[in-house]
Design a protein around this ligand. Structure first.
Ligand SMILES: [Mn+2]
Length: 417
């Protein structure tokens, strides 16, 4: 065997298009473009470096019902790999799976077509893949839906954690069964879509993380594998060293929980190693994706400012580099005293270099109301009271005059039908 060059990527989520601008010419959302550009970087590098295998560890789409446009765009990229003679192995993730086992999963069509060098794992299995540099073994563990392993009558008497425990036991036994059948003279990869113990995930992901089964890598006959390719968690991370186990992470950020995560994919080389415990050694590097859309949160504490708008505009200017082309959210702290001085239209205009403004969130601290002494309150006319109120809210004079004029007309107009 020669050196095996492998590219591992994951969690594409074609169809996640929130925070998009709509291209007026094509009507397509800009975040679809982002996803496709990232996917192109994967395919371009695989072809430029003539890798032996491209490995995808699940969640190709946002949902199990991708649109024809999403399917066509993926098919174009797969066709490029096929033309270049590069084998592609794809795992099915939870987002790609239908509810019913008789329905097709979202990438099943590529299996049904029986394409040369394209492998799709919708269920656990052991695969022998011929690559330009020799054969490699892949044990596949796609997402396993609860309903496929445990019958409904059985499941209804179990708690969630008992159910998950059962799934972990079954899945672990399946992997161990495949592991003993592996040829120790050939390199072997374990490819998993799912959560494993010891992995970290972003704070704001509103998925089912926490409710699903969690695998313990140490129980999965790891001494038989040279690399564990992981998918499902969007944060790129190495989970262990021997054998190397890595979450490639997603190619794009899907929400602000992933703001600080670097996005990309994994390039690894498996080469013969005459001295090691296994006959192979693995080197790897993380390749950042240039097309990954930055996310940026700007927090401004304007609670002591007389002119919160000016303060925020100044902060926007200082952070211009982070804001340009990014999905931006602004969080500004105000008080009930200066809230009315915050001119959101001006702020929005100043953010026009952003790719998308996700939110301008005001956090207002309510001060104790300035109470008008009771005796005085008795003497005030409604208009005078309103004027006092507007002054206390720092509404400027011109606007105050307009509001008072309208109020006066309302009060004098009297009769409401
Ligand atoms: Mn997933």
């Amino acid at each position: 065997m020669r050196r095996l060059e492998i590219l591992h990527f994951s969690d594409v989520h074609l169809g996640v298009e929130s925070y998009s601008r709509i291209d007026p010419a094509t009507g397509l959302p800009s975040r679809l473009r982002d996803c496709l550009d990232a996917l192109d970087e994967v395919v371009d590098l695989a072809i430029a470096e003539r890798v032996d295998l491209v490995l995808f560890t699940g969640d190709m789409y946002k949902s199990r019902d991708p649109s024809p446009t999403h399917q066509r765009e993926l098919a174009k990229r797969i066709a490029r790999l096929i033309r270049a003679g590069i084998p592609l192995f794809m795992l099915v993730g939870n987002h790609d799976l239908p509810n019913s086992p008789v329905r097709a999963h979202a990438i099943e069509v590529f299996e049904t077509l029986a394409l040369d060098r394209v492998y799709v794992a919708g269920r656990p299995g052991r695969h022998l893949i011929e690559t330009p540099s020799g054969p490699i073994q892949v044990v596949a563990l796609p997402w396993v839906p609860r309903s496929r392993l445990i019958r409904h009558e059985e499941a209804k008497n179990l708690t969630l954690s008992e159910l998950n425990q059962r799934i972990v036991e079954m899945v672990t036994a399946i992997v161990q069964g495949y592991a003993v059948e592996l040829d120790p003279s050939l390199p072997a990869i374990l490819a998993i879509h799912g959560q494993v113990y010891g992995a970290e995930y972003g704070s704001e992901r509103s998925t089912t993380l926490g409710q699903d089964y969690v695998l313990s890598l140490g129980d999965l006959a790891l001494d038989r594998f040279d690399y564990v390719a992981l998918g499902h968690i969007h944060k790129m991370q190495k989970v262990r060293d021997r054998p190397l186990a890595v979450y490639a992470g997603s190619l794009q950020r899907t929400d602000f929980g992933e703001e600080r995560e670097e996005k990309g994919f994994v390039r690894l080389t498996i080469s013969p190693d005459p001295v090691g415990e296994r006959p192979f050694c693995v080197e790897w590097r993380f390749v950042p994706v240039r097309a990954s859309r930055p996310f940026f949160t700007l927090e401004v504490d304007a609670s002591t400012s007389d002119d919160p708008t000016a303060l925020v505009l100044n902060q926007i200017e200082r952070n211009a580099e982070h804001i340009r082309n990014a999905v931006v959210r602004l969080r500004v702290k105000l008080t009930s005293d200066n809230e009315s001085q915050f001119r959101v239209a001006d702020v929005r205009r100043a953010l026009s270099d952003a790719h998308y403004v996700a939110a301008i969130a005001r956090e207002v601290t309510r001060h104790h109301r300035r109470r008008v002494p009771d005796a005085l309150a008795e003497q005030l006319s409604p208009l005078e009271a309103l004027e006092l109120y507007l002054k206390s809210k720092n509404v400027d004079e011109g606007r105050r005059a307009i509001l008072l004029e309208h109020a006066s007309r309302l009060i004098d107009g009297g009769g409401v039908a």
